[in-house]
Design a protein around this ligand. Structure first.
Ligand code: PAF
Length: 282
């Protein structure tokens, strides 16, 4: 497995694969890879002849007060995981390689991005759409793999690909959880021992909301209120949002029907802002 740092090297490599008629999968990541990422890489390896994993902490998707500087990084461990999983290349550019002097072109989306994480992280999805478009243009994959944990990101990327006629398939992969239910996330490493114990309240509230709907509850307010009450039992937990939305529009719903997304974001003290969700067709 090769680690490439320049756009031209990635293009040359993919060109040689294409000359042999090989298919190409892309797994975009910000590194510090865990089993959630591994499940994306495994799927990409199973479905493509060659797989590129991008490892790039994208400055453009972080707000000024967010955790860009402290975001965890460990390229050696990432390389070991990618190699063992059967990836062909890690693309690990410096920010200057991706954003050259005078960079001023962005991919921006309205609607879907003006809800949930888009409200508390106003620049986030512009940064995601821009970097993901660039990665698609650099690698030119047949398929790209994204985790369902970032459900809004997945919906946004699918919409962007449709709206801008990008010639690839977006594959969403299920959330991978710790034994106690906490969704795997690179940001879990920010948690103290106490914070880690309290963070399990996110998945507990997700399982509660899901069960209420499975048992027949159709009032969005009743489900989100019960989830909020449960989260608020933890002293360190501060709710950013607990929402039931239409998965295609990200607009809040009152009655639970059709394709729905129940999404939450919760801060655990000053340690971490974590997200979780479930999707359902009712
Ligand atoms: O989900 C992530 O890790 C990032 O948002 C992504 C898709 C790699 C873009 O930087």
């Amino acid at each position: 497995m090769k680690i490439l740092t320049t756009i031209s090297d990635v293009r040359e490599t993919v060109k040689s694969w294409r000359a042999e008629g090989l298919s190409v999968g892309l797994v975009p990541t910000m590194g510090y890879l865990h089993e959630g990422h591994k499940s994306l890489i495994d799927r990409a390896v199973a479905e493509n002849d060659r797989v590129v994993v991008s490892v790039f902490v994208n400055p453009m998707q972080f707000g000024p007060t967010e955790d860009l500087a402290s975001y965890p990084r460990d390229l050696d461990a990432d390389a070991r995981l990618c190699e063992a999983a059967g990836a062909s290349v890690i693309f690990h550019p410096e920010p200057e390689e991706m954003y050259t002097d005078g960079f001023c072109s962005f991919v921006d989306m309205t609607g879907l991005t003006q809800a949930l994480c888009g409200l508390s992280r106003p620049v986030h999805f512009r940064g995601v759409c821009t970097v993901v478009s660039k990665l698609f243009n650099i690698v030119g994959p047949d398929r790209a793999y994204f985790g369902e944990k970032d459900a809004q990101q997945l919906a946004v990327v699918k919409r962007m690909v449709k709206d801008l006629n990008m010639p690839l398939t977006i594959v969403g992969c299920p959330i991978i959880r710790e034994a106690d239910g906490l969704a795997k996330s690179s940001r879990n490493t920010y948690l103290s021992e106490e914070g880690r114990k309290e963070a399990v309240i996110l998945s507990k509230s997700i399982f509660l909301g899901k069960k209420m709907i499975e048992d027949g509850e159709r009032s969005a307010a009743k489900v989100t209120t019960a989830m909020r009450e449960l989260i608020n039992t933890q002293p360190m937990a501060e709710i950013d949002y607990v929402e039931l939305v239409d998965v295609n529009t990200m607009k809040s719903i009152e009655k639970i029907e059709g394709e729905i997304l129940c999404a939450i974001a919760v801060k655990i003290g000053d340690e971490a802002r974590l997200i979780d969700n479930f999707m359902m067709t009712v």
